[in-house]
Design a protein around this ligand. Structure first.
Ligand SMILES: [Zn+2]
Length: 424
């Protein structure tokens, strides 16, 4: 199969497709809550998919439909922000594949800090610059160009190839959630977040907790008659840090770090002279998948550990027994993991290793991404594999290495052929 040659022959066209995508503003506004500018980017994707013979499904995120999923981010402004999903129907008898990429980017921030226009899409040597070039228009363009390679070679696939260009990933993943709700599924899925061509078959889950502790407010000269809510909150925080320490002993994963709890926000009190009557802690907790239980069961267990750690403080404190802290989860996402023994992992590892001519790096992603939605809610064996360095995400002067982008096109195209099969 002439995949490598085709990529080399047409690389200028592939690079200019990526440039055009980067030059198009697709920023989310207010983390997707206030909207997003994805439409112009989706028009480019749609036009290209149509040219390549894909059937197009264009649809908006609908809160009513996605609200049944834990972690759905409701109340975002979805108007004018369509998902674009293209399906290239196979001739039958092959395995199907989803390639998933988000078209939205974070805002570029302070324009004056950029050396060049954030929408330049400029090429300098081996580097293409611009907002979203790594996160993740590079991989999204590579998915499209891989489909173009298949088209150029006149290959007819046996299995279905589905490309999902989704909105609002930066707002929490509603675009992919809407694809899952619409019934899209496949025998395997690749999410193209930047991994520097490493295979990531797992990522951490996350839970945001808000813990509000009540006290009794009084002038500080009478403090023995008041109850200091910040004092109580600190005890709870210490108990959570002890829990984090215990987890380091009990929760282990070959690809991922131990669970962590970050106290990210603390609000309490009004003045130095007043015993604070209330204190609120906001934490973010990252936790690992556990292959011995479902994602939902792991989430329940970890959340249960947090409640128990808080409860252990309450039990030893008369005031807190009478005034129990309020604990809510205000945002969350499951972890995910595809076992290394799965045939999908073995096959992508072989294809990638053959192209790189070196050992493939397999690692976990310490953050989370849309992979959890495809794996957790649609039960699709999923990995993350893309071009660009994750440290470039949401960065001033974001850029992507062009050789990695071109290699990724070759990897995606070769894997599509291998996985979906060819009708000869
Ligand atoms: Zn991303």
């Amino acid at each position: 199969m002439q995949v490598k040659e085709t990529v080399l022959q047409n690389k200028e066209e592939y690079i200019s497709f990526l440039s055009r995508l980067v030059q198009t503003d697709t920023q989310v506004i207010g983390h997707g809550v206030l909207g997003g500018n994805e439409q112009a980017g989706q028009a480019i994707i749609k036009e290209k998919l149509e040219q390549l013979g894909f059937q197009i499904d264009e649809f908006l995120v609908d809160d009513e439909k996605i609200k049944k999923y834990p972690g759905a981010n409701l109340g975002h402004s979805n108007e004018g922000r369509p998902n674009v999903v293209g399906t290239l129907k196979g001739t039958g008898g092959g395995r199907s594949l989803i390639l998933n990429g988000h078209v939205d980017t974070m805002p570029f921030g302070d324009r004056s800090k950029w050396a060049d226009d954030p929408f330049s899409g400029a090429v300098k040597g081996n580097v293409l610059y611009g907002l979203g070039s790594t996160d993740m228009k590079g991989s999204l363009a590579a998915m499209m160009m891989a489909a173009q390679v298949i088209h150029t070679l006149g290959i007819r696939l046996k299995g279905d190839l589905i490309i999902q260009s989704v909105v609002d990933e930066e707002g929490g993943g509603n675009g992919t959630l809407a694809c899952v709700e619409r019934g899209y599924t496949a025998d395997a899925a690749i999410v193209g977040e930047p991994t520097q061509l490493h295979i990531q078959p797992a990522h951490m889950g996350f839970l945001f907790h808000e813990i509000t502790v009540e006290g009794k407010s009084l002038h500080s000269s009478q403090l023995w008659e008041g109850v200091n809510a910040i004092d109580k909150a600190i005890k709870i925080y210490q108990s959570l840090k002890e829990l984090e320490h215990r987890w380091l002993m009990t929760e282990r994963h070959p690809l991922l770090p131990g669970p962590t709890i970050n106290l990210g926000e603390i609000k309490g009190g009004i003045a130095g002279s007043v015993v604070p009557g209330s204190c609120t802690l906001k934490t973010c907790l990252h936790y690992q998948p556990n292959p011995r239980e479902s994602y939902a069961a792991t989430r329940e267990r970890i959340h249960g550990d947090v409640l128990a750690a808080i409860d252990s403080v309450v039990k030893g404190d008369e005031w807190l027994q009478a005034h129990p802290p309020q604990v809510t989860v205000y945002q969350e996402g499951f972890p995910f993991e595809t076992p290394l023994t799965h045939p999908f992992i073995q096959e992508i590892r072989q294809v990638l290793g053959g192209i790189l001519q070196q050992d493939v790096v397999i690692e976990g992603m310490p953050a989370g991404c849309d992979a959890r939605l495809l794996a957790g809610f649609a039960n699709i064996p999923t990995i993350i594999l893309g071009c660009g360095d994750p440290r470039q995400c949401h960065c001033i002067d974001e850029s992507v290495p062009i050789d990695q982008f071109l290699t990724l096109i070759e990897v995606y195209a070769s894997f599509i052929i291998s996985w979906c099969g060819i009708d000869s």
